[in-house]
Design a protein around this ligand. Structure first.
Ligand SMILES: [Fe+2]
Length: 125
């Protein structure tokens, strides 16, 4: 599996959000090392919450017209994360499930940055 790396095209033109997005990528990449799946998922849930709150707060403060839909994307991610944590709570993790989860997270993040977060780049400026 290819490692996800930050690209300038992911930038949403806001330093704090970009930094948090980089941190999310770093957290996801811990799966490529020896980190336990459950620990990475828990860190992602914690850090994702912090980040989503920051991002939604900025969108709310600027009266972003598509905020509710954007919240929905974040919510869907939370739900996926909770389900995935639940599924692996027993401690069972195969190399295959690790790889599938890693791939899912990389695709989700890249797509979210490039499509849904990009959509508010101009609005926040
Ligand atoms: Fe977002």
């Amino acid at each position: 599996m290819a490692t996800m790396v930050w690209k300038d095209e992911y930038s949403v033109g806001n330093d704090l959000l970009d930094e948090q997005h980089k941190q999310l990528i770093e957290t996801v990449n811990e799966l490529k090392g020896g980190a336990a799946l459950g620990e990475v998922l828990a860190a992602l849930r914690h850090y994702g919450d912090v980040h989503f709150r920051t991002e939604e707060g900025m969108l709310e403060a600027s009266d972003y017209p598509d905020l509710e839909r954007h919240r929905g994307y974040h919510e869907a991610f939370r739900t996926w994360l909770e389900d995935t944590e639940e599924k692996h709570r027993s401690g069972s993790e195969s190399a295959e499930s690790r790889r599938d989860i890693y791939n899912y997270l990389c695709v989700w993040l890249a797509n979210h940055f490039l499509v849904y977060d990009k959509a508010f780049e101009t609005w926040l400026k």
